[in-house]
Ligand binder design. Structure first.
Ligand SMILES: [Cu+2]
Length: 201
């Protein structure tokens, strides 16, 4: 009973801390799940955290959703300067440990979207484990930059706008060198019209 209460308290505190949805069985919890929406027919990455609350290691074997025709477990492996993506048939979550699916590491690749993704919406995703358990979690659709609606550029502009307001009221820290450098960088990229491209992983 005490164990169950502790687990409940843990789940509540985690949910409060991250303000994000989670779903769990007795032994496993899925949290912070999000799907990267990329325009066009580019595969979408799915990222989340797994927490194994049991004394045995558990393998994530597959992930599925009605929103996509295909889902694969991938791992980005890098050796020095190059990195490549390999398909894996499982990802092991250590006993009483966690495993993060995150850009640059383990990720799920969704392909063949049934309909265009809407940033800000959620998609139900089912996670299947080798102990026979399945967990259904709601995954937030975010844009390529990994936030709920702003592009990287918009987020940066918002930060600058906040700072401008603070400076108007004389409450911002003076940082003339950094501001000049940022301005030069902005002018440089604006001149080049550089657009950052993202891949699903
Ligand atoms: Cu991949």
């Amino acid at each position: 009973m005490r164990h169950t209460l502790g687990r409940f308290a843990l789940a509540i505190s985690l949910a409060t801390a991250s303000l994000s949805a989670f779903a769990a069985t007795d032994s496993m919890m899925v949290s912070d799940c999000w799907i990267r929406s990329i325009l066009g027919d580019v595969p979408s990455g799915d990222y989340f955290k797994l927490m194994n609350m049991s004394g045995k290691s558990i393998d994530l074997q597959s992930v599925s959703t009605d929103a996509f025709g295909m889902a694969m477990l991938h791992q980005t492996q890098s050796n020095g300067s190059t990195s490549k993506m390999v398909m894996v048939d499982k990802a092991t979550v250590p006993a009483n440990g966690t495993l993060a699916f995150a850009p640059g590491g383990y990720h799920v690749m969704f392909e063949q979207a049934k309909k265009p993704l809407t940033v800000g919406s959620t998609i139900p995703v089912t996670f299947s484990f080798n102990d026979g358990e399945k967990i259904s979690a709601q995954c937030a659709v975010k844009n390529a930059a990994g936030n709920k609606g702003r592009t990287r550029k918009q987020a940066r502009q918002a930060r600058f706008a906040t700072r401008r307001v603070a400076c108007t009221f004389g409450t911002c820290k003076k940082r003339p060198v950094r501001d000049t450098v940022y301005k030069l960088i902005r002018v440089f990229f604006a001149a080049l019209q550089v657009e950052l491209n993202f891949t699903h992983c």
